[in-house]
Design a protein around this ligand. Structure first.
Ligand code: URA
Length: 238
């Protein structure tokens, strides 16, 4: 149960201060009955605002097909659009706000999860229980044939790092040495780009195609589209 004014602010309709005016205007109902006081205790699932149920009343957990050229920052950087511009505007006014679960580079596209549940975001980004990610790459020059064994060995140390990368599965295309998939069990800064650059094959295009058991292709999302997903898919994911 939430106070009416807290509910309106929690779900991004207006500030707690503005709530009294919304309530006076008869915009809030509980089971069709007008709510008359900002301090009325309400079950959000039974509330209508302007005749509509409160969206994502149990919290937000969605998958976004991140397009190229968008940053995962909350504030625009150097004029680049942010992924938050692709989501309903009311979401950024919710408190807690929706945030991405990890990030993709501006020039990486693909599967990104977002939630407004801080504990869940924290749990799913913890290095201790990293959820495997799969990236599809296209490189500028061919990936050398010895790269899969090197990546699998856990002995590749990236420039400026002290500890080697964990074993990673590199699956180059049998017919195209500039294309393939890389499965990671950890998330370091620009990791895919740096690993492929380390074997002389800089990345030309990069897309995240899977997180745990969730495949981007299974969601049928065009770049910029999002869809709700069940967070349970990622609890105890490999
Ligand atoms: N590795 C990268 O290099 N970039 C990403 O966006 C994700 C993983």
């Amino acid at each position: 149960m939430l106070r009416a004014d807290a509910l309106l602010s929690r779900f991004g309709y207006c500030s707690r201060r503005e709530a009294a005016a919304w309530i006076r205007a008869g915009r809030i109902r509980l089971d069709q009955e007008p709510v008359t006081s900002p301090s009325a205790k309400l079950d959000p699932a039974r509330v209508l605002v302007d005749g509509e149920p409160v969206p994502f009343v149990n919290g937000i957990f969605v998958a976004l097909h991140k397009p190229l050229g968008y940053t995962c920052s909350h504030t625009p950087e150097n004029g680049a659009p942010t992924i938050y511009e692709l989501l309903p505007t009311q979401w950024s006014a919710r408190s807690p706000a929706v945030q991405s679960i990890g990030r993709l580079d501006k020039e990486t596209s693909g599967l990104l999860l977002l939630s407004d549940d801080g504990n869940l975001v924290h749990a799913l980004t913890s290095p201790r229980r990293y959820i495997q990610k799969v990236y599809e790459y296209r490189t500028v020059s061919p990936v050398p044939p010895e790269a899969p064994a090197l990546f699998a060995s856990g002995s590749l140390t990236l420039n400026g790092e002290k500890t080697p990368c964990l074993p990673a599965a590199l699956e180059p295309d049998a017919t195209d040495p500039c294309h393939g998939f890389l499965r990671l069990h950890e998330g370091r800064y620009h990791q895919v780009r740096r690993m492929l650059a380390a074997v002389g094959a800089p990345v030309a295009e990069l897309t995240r195609v899977a997180i745990g058991s969730l495949q981007l292709a299974s969601l049928s999302l065009l770049p910029g589209q999002w869809a709700p997903v069940n967070p349970q898919l990622f609890i105890d994911a490999p």
